[in-house]
Each structure stands twice: as C-alpha cells, then as structure tokens.
Write a protein that binds this ligand. Structure first.
Ligand code: CTP
Length: 422
C-alpha cells in the first residue's frame, strides 16, 4: 500500500524521537518516498543526519532555509504529500495544530496541508490526560486527523502509564489501512443527502426539524476518503460541509427531490441521510401571515417520499435509507427497507442519549433484507459513517436487491484497527 506514496514525516521534540528513525526506515522499506521535517526540539534528541540517511533526502528544519528557489518549501512539501505522519507528536505540536498556529517549518507545513494526517502522540501521562490536550485531540479528530494512541508502559519520566509512542509497526499499519481504505470506493459516484428540509409558510416562517446534517456530512466525507466522487445535496445544515465534494443546496423536500432525481441515473450509491419533511403547508403565503383568531389551523399536504421514489426507479444503484425512530426500531427499519426498496437501512433511536440529532455521536443499527447486520455501539458520527460506507463498499456487487451477504465490515475493521482512534 505504501509503494510510491510520498509520506511527510514530522518529528517533534520528545524522547521518543529516536523511534522516528525506525519508523522512517520501515516506511522507506515499504516503498514510500519519505520526506522529514524536524522541529528544533527534535534535533536535541536525534540528529537530522540520521533521518537524512534513512530517508535519503535532506531534512527540513527551518521555514526560511529555502533550498530550492523554484518552490516555497513548506507549500511544496504540503502539496506533494499523500500522507503526513507526526510521530512522535508532543502536546505542543498537537496544541498548535488544533489552534492553527504556524511558527516553524512543521506547523506551517501542516497548516498548508490538504492530505490525510496521522498523529502519534507521546508524552507524560498527566500531560496526555490534561483537559487542554484532550480537547485539542478531540478538535483535531473532529477535523478528520487520525490518531495512533500511545501505549502503556515505562515512560521516560519514570511513570509506568499511558503516553509511550505507539510502536513504529503500528504506525505503519495505520498508514497502510488509510491508503487501503482510500481505494474502497475508487471510481464510484456517491450521492448523499444531508440536513433537514425547510417548508415555507410565509416569507418569515417555515417548518423544519432538528437535523443538523452532521451524519450526512460524515457520510459524504467517508465516501470521499474512500476514493468516491461525491455529490452532497444539503438542506438546512449546521457547520462546514466536507471539502472535496460537490455541494448542491436544496431547501424544501420538493427541491431535494428534483436535485436527487436529476443525479440519480449516474449514481452508483445513494445515501439518504436527510431528514425530509413528510408534510408541507398546502399553500405558502407570499406575504407575512397576520395574527387573527385565538387558534390557527394549518393545512398540510404530503410531500413525495424521495427515497421511495428512488427505490421504485432504481436499476443498479445501491440505496441506503435512514430511519430515525423513538421505539420499535427493528420493526420500522425493516418496514422502511421493504417499502422503499433499500439495500440497507441505518436506524437509530433518536431518543437515546448520544444518538440522533445535534450531537457528534450516534448509536446505529444497520439492516438488510435478512434483518440486523450491524449493531454499532456509541461512536462518533464520523466513525459510524466510515463503518456504514465500508459495509456498502463490501456489498456493492450485491446491489439491486440481491442483498448478498458478505462478512460484516465492522468485524474485519475491529480486528484490524487495534489502537487506532478517529
Ligand atoms: N425520506 C424521504 N422523503 C420523505 C421522507 C423520508 O426521502 N418525504 C427518507 C429519509 O431521507 C430517510 C428515510 O426516508 O432516509 C426514512 O425517513 P423517516 O422520516 O425515518 O421515515 P418516514 O418514511 O418519513 O416514516 P415515518 O414518518 O412513518 O417514520
């Protein structure tokens, strides 16, 4: 997986910097073209010559020491990296990354990078557990940075605790996993819907729901990370949509229907994570509705069920629906799967703590025509999205209703991802 990949290795100033030499060597042996940036503190623990010899390239230390006048080194390095690994990562570099600081060659390059990033922290256990460090790690994880967690053992400071840099082999395995995952949906077109729809009553009022679009954004991001070409049809959402996807805005259920149907034929996979209104006002007033009597009755009419429409039209597309429920999850999920002709339904109990709207986590169950295929515990929406899309990738050949059963992705993934946290 690493052959021919350009990997930028950032080494920061902790005692574990000596292990960066082994990591560098392993990456080179695996066929990667490794470029190294060291912080000044790292050079107190290990010499640039060691990493230069192992990587067979000059080591970058200083933002202003421009060796090649035809390029700006930190931009050039960032642009050409297929992956950046920061190992060992001190609390300081993690803090700088989380806060967008760029005051040396490594932090500046990291800020200019668009490639995936793997961070392998190493520090004293109290530093690792400090709320500031915990919050910085969470911030970075929410932006898609992957972490290879430190191990537990004898720390340089004398403690026997968590904080020891992960073994170089584990970091290499995390890099391989990332590249492997990046090919799972290569060449596939994925259409994702996200957020809630907005149904106008008048120029100042509308009916909507609690959906923030986070689950749909996470699905779009996971599909993009797996190499797919992604179109994201977004209703009312919060936060930034992922980069690298085509964004289409659709406010109402009717607009979303048009946007999705127009792109359905060319899609290989459709994931309908949007919370679409089931009813809209029978008529939207073009003037503000004035208050009158003590009560007011709104007449609502049914919207088209987009998913059901797609299910009826589908030829080769793999269709994934969502079912937001507050009880009888399995019954409703299976009913939606059959009624809307889906290949998978992702169900959740929106009333459960940590699941549903407006939180970063979810607890989902995934169903196919034979019943429950995955019962995922509480995890970040980003991680749930990865599991869902892995499952889809494995089942693609069974699309169109055959419901081919293959080994569930999460089982293989669990065995494969010891120590990695996202
Ligand atoms: N859906 C849709 N168009 C609608 C309503 C729902 O495409 N007009 C899709 C959602 O995007 C989701 C799935 O159908 O993927 C299930 O949505 P949900 O609101 O849970 O189910 P409903 O079919 O609306 O059923 P109910 O209201 O009975 O729960």
């Amino acid at each position: 997986m690493l052959k021919g990949k350009t990997i930028l290795l950032g080494v920061t100033g902790g005692i574990a910097a000596y292990k960066a030499a082994i990591l560098c060597s392993r990456l080179v042996q695996a066929g990667a073209d490794v470029r190294v940036i060291m912080t000044q503190s790292a050079t107190k623990f290990i010499t640039p010559l060691t990493l230069q010899t192992l990587s067979r390239h000059p080591v970058y230390l200083d933002t202003f020491d421009e060796k090649d006048p035809s390029v700006v080194a930190h931009i050039d390095l960032a642009d050409h990296a297929d992956l950046i690994i920061v190992a060992p990562a001190t609390a300081n570099i993690i803090g700088k990354m989380a806060n967008g600081l760029a005051d040396d060659m490594l932090s500046t390059t990291l800020l200019a990078a668009t490639s995936p990033i793997i961070v392998a922290p190493a520090m004293n256990v109290h530093m690792y557990e400090h709320p500031a460090v915990v919050a910085n790690i969470q911030t970075l994880a929410s932006r898609g940075v992957r972490f290879v967690e430190p191990g537990t053992g004898q720390l340089a400071c004398g403690y026997v605790a968590k904080g020891r840099l992960a073994e170089p082999e584990d970091i290499v395995a995390a890099a391989e996993r990332l590249f492997r995952q990046g090919e799972l949906l290569a060449g596939r077109r994925v259409l994702v819907t996200a957020g809630g729809t907005v149904e106008r009553l008048d120029p100042v009022r509308f009916l909507t729901n609690d959906s923030s679009g986070r689950m749909g954004f996470a699905i779009a991001e996971a599909a993009r990370n797996m190499g797919a070409e992604v179109v994201l049809v977004a209703g009312r959402t919060e936060g930034m949509p992922p980069a690298g996807v085509e964004l289409v805005h659709a406010r109402s259920a009717a607009e979303m229907l048009d946007a999705v149907v127009a792109r359905f034929d060319e899609a290989d996979i459709v994931v309908k994570a949007a919370a679409v209104a089931d009813y809209r006002p029978a008529a939207a007033s073009d003037r503000k509705i004035k208050k009158s009597g003590d009560t007011m009755t709104l007449e609502l009419v049914k919207t088209t069920d987009i998913l059901q429409e797609l299910g009826a039209r589908k030829t080769r597309q793999f269709l994934v629906g969502f079912a937001a429920e507050t009880g009888d999850i399995e019954k409703y999920a299976m009913d939606k799967l059959q009624r809307k002709n889906c290949d998978l339904v992702v169900a959740n109990n929106v009333a459960a703590e940590g699941a549903g709207f407006n939180v970063d986590t979810n607890i989902v169950q995934i169903y196919d025509s034979s019943g429950l295929v995955a019962d995922l515990p509480l995890m970040s929406k980003r991680e749930a999205a990865e599991r869902i899309m892995q499952l889809v990738a494995e089942r693609l050949d069974g699309a169109g209703g055959s419901g081919a059963n293959v080994q569930p992705a999460w089982k293989a993934a669990d065995a494969d991802r010891d120590g990695e946290r996202r």
